[in-house]
Design a protein around this ligand. Structure first.
Ligand code: HEC
Length: 248
């Protein structure tokens, strides 16, 4: 009993801090909460509709990070204005399927290069038409056979901003949350969760770039971070103002 009280006394709790400090904590947490809602809205507007349908869907997330295989310049051209240049109509499906499967180099050499060499490169050669996509070799064909998707430099830029910025935010939220009066083991796990979720989120952006199904991990880890952060904020504000432990 007395040992228990000693344990509790060693650490500061909300009841130990001044009203001005509680006010400061509260306005900070509310501002961060509002900032987070704005970040969610921003995310919605930058990603929604990429798949051609209104609203945010898993497909939009895939297109943002991985890119789309249905909206490539090569695919659109071969379905449209460039189709008449094909000697055999059946080659259209060969090319479209190759794009759909990720437009890799071995299959390019085996099936695609012969078609392009025969039907396309007479115009699509830099020496003839420097302004047209160069269809003479894999590297440049690959550029028009892939669409959208985040580039590695972009992902690195966004990751460092996220990791630095959000680490600070989570640290301060966590510091305040530590003043809550709750089970110590719950607390120890709870302060780690948002950090772990943020890391998983950032790592999964990079994985989604090559493996589209990881978009689910992006979404769920992002949601877990928001949720755990939100719970810390709400519980802190609640305990700061509305909670008093009888035995003090
Ligand atoms: C007779 C010359 C000619 C041939 C042959 C030709 N193209 Fe083109 N291609 C063009 C021209 C001109 C444009 C630019 C059209 C425009 O911007 O309106 C173009 C544009 C394109 C584009 C870019 C479209 C965009 O997004 O701006 C792609 C991709 C393309 N062609 C693929 C092909 C493929 C694949 C073949 C072979 C099946 C082919 N072309 C054969 C002349 C040609």
């Amino acid at each position: 009993m007395s040992e228990n009280r000693y344990e509790r006394r060693r650490y500061t709790r909300f009841k130990d801090i001044s009203v001005s400090e509680r006010i400061l904590n509260t306005v900070f947490l509310l501002t961060i909460g509002l900032g987070y809602l704005a970040a969610l809205a921003n995310m919605y507007y930058t990603h929604q509709g990429l798949d051609g349908k209104a609203g945010l869907s898993m497909e939009d997330v895939v297109i943002s990070y991985h890119g789309s295989s249905s909206q490539t310049r090569l695919g659109n051209a071969i379905r449209g204005i460039m189709e008449p240049n094909l000697k055999y109509k059946s080659d259209k499906d060969v090319i479209l399927q190759w794009i759909q499967h990720g437009a890799d180099e071995p299959e390019y050499n085996e099936k695609i290069a012969p078609i392009l060499d025969r039907d396309c490169v007479l115009c699509h050669t830099p020496s003839v038409n420097p302004s047209l996509p160069d269809l003479t070799h894999y590297a440049t064909v690959s550029e028009v056979a892939h669409a959208g998707g985040a580039t590695i430099p972009t992902l690195i830029r966004v990751s460092h901003i996220h990791l630095f910025g959000i680490a600070f935010i989570l640290f301060f939220i966590g510091k305040i949350f530590l003043l809550c009066d709750i089970n110590v083991y719950v607390k120890r796990v709870a302060v780690v969760i948002p950090f772990a979720a943020m890391l998983l989120d950032v790592v999964s952006w990079f994985i989604t770039k090559s493996t589209p199904s990881f978009a689910y991990v992006v979404v769920y880890s992002g949601a877990l971070m928001g949720l755990s952060m939100g719970l810390q904020i709400l519980l802190s504000i609640y305990q700061m103002w509305f909670y008093s432990k009888e035995k003090s």
